[in-house]
Design a protein around this ligand. Structure first.
Ligand SMILES: [Zn+2]
Length: 114
């Protein structure tokens, strides 16, 4: 699993955690007990993923997430699906396979290939 995929999975968990902890979400309807157990499992799974990502990437993820809600977005046909701007070819060619994160130069979101 590469770094982008790890961050995408962390994001999935964060969205689920948000759903469980958000009083307005339907998670609460299933009973508080269930929600609490679910939350602990989600947090545990997130911790395990976090251990596999370096601090720098993780803090970048947190920063973008607090700004947009979603930090990792797909890009398709050279288009960032977060801000719908074209990602320059130079940016794409700079990415080192499986190592460097690919960032949108316009909005700063982390991009993954669809
Ligand atoms: Zn963008």
């Amino acid at each position: 699993m590469d770094k982008t995929e790890l961050l995408a999975r962390i994001q999935d968990l964060d969205l689920m955690i948000h759903e469980v902890t958000d009083p307005a979400s339907k998670g609460q309807e299933e009973g508080l007990g269930f929600a609490v157990i679910g939350l602990e499992r989600l947090k545990e799974a997130r911790r395990k993923l976090e251990e596999q990502v370096d601090r720098r990437s993780l803090s970048l993820y947190e920063r973008v997430r607090s700004k947009y809600g979603r930090a990792v977005v797909p890009f398709q046909g050279k288009l960032c699906l977060g801000c719908f701007m074209t990602v320059p070819t130079s940016t794409l060619s700079r990415r080192k396979e499986g190592d460097e994160l690919l960032l949108c130069e316009n909005c700063g979101r982390i991009l993954y290939w669809l």
